[in-house]
Design a protein around this ligand. Sequence first.
Ligand code: SF4
Ligand code: SF4
Length: 70
Amino acid sequence: MPKIKIKILEERCKGCGLCIEFCPRKVLSFSGKRNLQGYRVVAFNDFERCNACGICFLMCPEVVFVCEEE
Ligand code: SF4
Ligand code: SF4
């Protein structure tokens, strides 16, 4: 079965923090970097612990998270 990986399209991020709040594994945080729109962007702090549950994908109003098959 193909493995699903979550990818972050940081240029879409508006820095609302919802995904950080709701990630059950707490593997997301602000990276300290800003995107071209000037928003603080979210990044993985521990990508290996992401289980691709999809909650961030469902929560994000800006469709920053996309699923990819490995
Ligand atoms: S897929 Fe689940 S575990 Fe991975 S970053 Fe999103 S909410 Fe967190
Ligand atoms: S929910 Fe989306 S827009 Fe909000 S901080 Fe997370 S990635 Fe950025």
